[in-house]
Design a protein around this ligand. Structure first.
Ligand SMILES: [Zn+2]
Length: 231
């Protein structure tokens, strides 16, 4: 087993497999995917990816079902095939050298808002502004994996760390699998809160001066494009 081909030691890759599997199964447990929906990738050295396979429920995945892909998405390890939405993951990795992991779900509250044409509003809650900034984009529907969709995703991914895709679902990414997962979780949680607030009355947002302070705290925490550009 030529693990050295992708320059990651066997113990490290074994740990990554366990973590990626746990997160993929969690997507099913949380009710964020159905059927074969959803996918998770981890960037390995040399633009290789550790990924969930296509055509399998996240409930039924085992470590042996995970696949290692080379930079052209050819399968180096594992007997299964890559999912077509890998192009969305690649689009994010291409414009964000800092990103190590991407999580995609069809979580119902976030997806309901995306189907209704409503963006998730992080300015409802202070913690959300610090974690994800003042905006979580809702990208207008484009044909899945089309050049138009890739272009709009890359434009947003340069600035943001999570978003919803119109008539589709959630994409979140981060420094590692845990951060990408937590961002996907936060989007679904915010969407659930927002939907309930919409049922009760209207969604209110924090005062503008407070947003300035929160965005400053976000920058100081090393989050967001301004913090990244400072290295
Ligand atoms: Zn999808």
């Amino acid at each position: 087993m030529a693990l050295h081909r992708f320059h990651l030691g066997e113990p490290t890759l074994a740990m990554a497999r366990r973590q990626l599997l746990a997160i993929a199964q969690e997507l099913h447990t949380r009710g964020w995917v159905a059927n074969h929906d959803g996918n998770v990738t981890l960037r390995l050295p040399g633009e290789h990816l550790l990924a969930t396979p296509t055509a399998m429920s996240k409930r039924a995945l085992t470590e042996n079902d995970l696949i290692v892909l080379d930079a052209r998405d050819r399968v180096l390890q594992g007997g299964r095939r890559p999912f077509s939405e890998i192009k969305l993951h690649r689009a994010i990795y291409a414009v964000r050298p800092d990103v190590r992991a991407v999580v995609h779900t069809h979580a119902p509250n976030a997806t309901a808002l995306a189907v209704a044409g409503v963006a998730i509003e992080p300015k409802m809650l202070a913690e959300a502004v610090v974690s994800l900034g003042a905006e979580i984009p809702l990208l207008p529907y484009r044909f899945p994996q089309s050049a138009e969709q890739i272009a709009q995703l890359q434009e947003a991914a340069r600035i943001h760390d999570a978003l919803t895709l119109g008539n589709h679902g959630v994409l979140a990414w981060g420094d590692d699998l845990e951060q990408a997962y937590l961002r996907a979780e936060l989007l679904e949680h915010l969407a659930a809160i927002q939907l309930r607030a919409m049922q009760i009355g209207r969604v209110t947002t924090l005062p503008a001066p407070d947003l300035v302070r929160l965005l400053d705290a976000r920058k100081k925490a090393g989050l967001g494009p301004e913090a990244r550009s400072k290295g």
